[in-house]
Design a binder for this molecule. Structure first.
Ligand SMILES: *Cc1c(COP(=O)(O)O)cnc(C)c1O
Length: 382
């Protein structure tokens, strides 16, 4: 039986809630299900304000508008991330200053940030890779010291914590994804978290195409007008109804994913002379967004992916560091980002979805990986 990289998990309630949304007669955004989802997050994680969006990409674009990013502003972020992290700021004319990753995990190397700050720096964007927290106390201190916006790309970081405080609650803004590859999903979806009250009103306007529709509908103004820039960033009630079904099962989903992750970790631990297993700093929790390993070089990583593929197991690499991308490499200032380049070449993600079983699937993947390395050792000795 082929083992795909990912299979979206359905709780069984999705159609029921979509049916409810249809019967209610309101299927455009900001209805009952949207409000239920938003207040769920606000209560559970103590976020000041949550707005559902159609994707994490959209939430990042909103954050970029809210931070008032203008032509020439500099934004510091890790190079080892998804294109949306950078695109959102490029679209507003920012110059991206890429930082390297940590040695022990792909999150931004916080010790490099301060040396990248100039008089043009406007914001620091962190990415909690695989749901593993960046060093938020350290980074928050820097953003406060230089009066910079702090934005968390928490696309992969639902239900994950830094020193017992939920990720997404540190930045002025934080963005999450409900794309089908994330822990909870509605196909395509996302949310923007606003932790500084003074940006809430503008965020609602930007999300409603630059109009004060939200205030108008809530009875706070009797005029409905175009008052700012904006776009259409809000999802329909059909999407929100789907998401609500997933939220009701969030704890169960997390338990199951963490169980699978733990099985991987123990099944792979005897291979630790061949590969590095994920490292979580003491301040970080594991939300089991993904299980990744790093090999010693690109050749081994690619050969292992091929070997697993021949066994019908879909393992994948992850990001091509953005400073090396066709779009950006000529714009990059030439600094070598050694760790980011190492993750580009050596990181490999294994299938992780609810439905992978302990004994058969995970054991098989670990055994095949072990066989691959013992053959590699033999062929090197010849
Ligand atoms: C998935 C992801 C995104 C994009 O999320 P969408 O909801 O698909 O727009 C952005 N940043 C990171 C780090 C991601 O993992």
């Amino acid at each position: 039986m082929p083992i795909p990289f990912n299979k979206p998990y359905l709780t069984g309630k999705e159609l029921l809630y979509i049916q409810e949304a249809l019967s209610s007669g309101k299927i455009s955004g900001d209805g009952i299900f949207s409000k239920k989802c938003q207040s769920y997050f606000e209560k559970k994680y103590d976020y000041k304000k949550v707005l559902l969006t159609t994707s994490c990409t959209d939430a990042l674009e909103m954050a970029s508008i809210l931070a008032d990013i203008k032509e020439g502003d500099e934004v510091i972020m890790p190079s080892y991330t998804f294109v949306s992290t950078a695109n959102a700021f490029i679209l507003r004319g920012a110059k991206i200053i890429f930082a390297d990753s940590r040695k022990d995990n792909p999150c931004i190397d916080e010790t490099q940030i301060e040396s990248l700050i100039t008089s043009k720096t406007k914001a620091i964007v962190v990415v909690h890779y695989a749901g593993i927290a960046c060093d938020m106390d350290y980074i928050k201190n820097i953003s406060a010291k230089y009066n910079l916006f702090l934005i968390e790309d928490a696309a992969q970081a639902i239900d994950s914590y830094y020193n017992n405080k939920p990720l997404g609650s540190f930045g002025h803004f934080a963005t999450f994804s409900f794309h089908e590859t994330k822990n909870i999903t509605c196909g395509e979806g996302g949310m923007l978290v606003i932790n500084d009250e003074k940006y809430i009103e503008r965020a609602e306007i930007i999300r409603e195409k630059g109009t004060n529709r939200t205030q108008f509908l809530n009875g706070f103004t009797d005029k409905y007008n175009w008052i700012d820039v904006g776009s259409s960033f809000l999802p329909s009630e059909i999407t929100a109804a789907f998401l609500w079904a997933q939220l009701e099962s969030l704890e169960e989903i997390q338990q199951k994913r963490i169980h699978i992750w733990d099985k991987y970790y123990s099944a792979f631990s005897h291979l630790n002379s061949f590969v590095d297993l994920p490292v979580l700093p003491a301040y970080a929790t594991n939300n089991a967004n993904s299980f990744y390993i790093t090999t010693q070089n690109k050749y081994t990583r690619d050969a292992l992916i091929s070997h697993l593929k021949s066994m019908e197991v879909s393992a994948t690499f992850h990001y091509i560091s953005l400073h090396q991308s066709p779009y950006f490499h000529l714009k990059h200032d030439g600094r070598v980002l050694k760790e980011a380049e190492r993750y580009t070449n050596c990181l490999l993600r294994l299938p992780l979805y609810i439905g992978l079983t302990d004994e058969t699937n995970i054991e098989l993947i670990a055994e095949e990986t072990g066989l691959f390395f013992s053959n590699l050792v033999v062929s090197n000795e010849k």
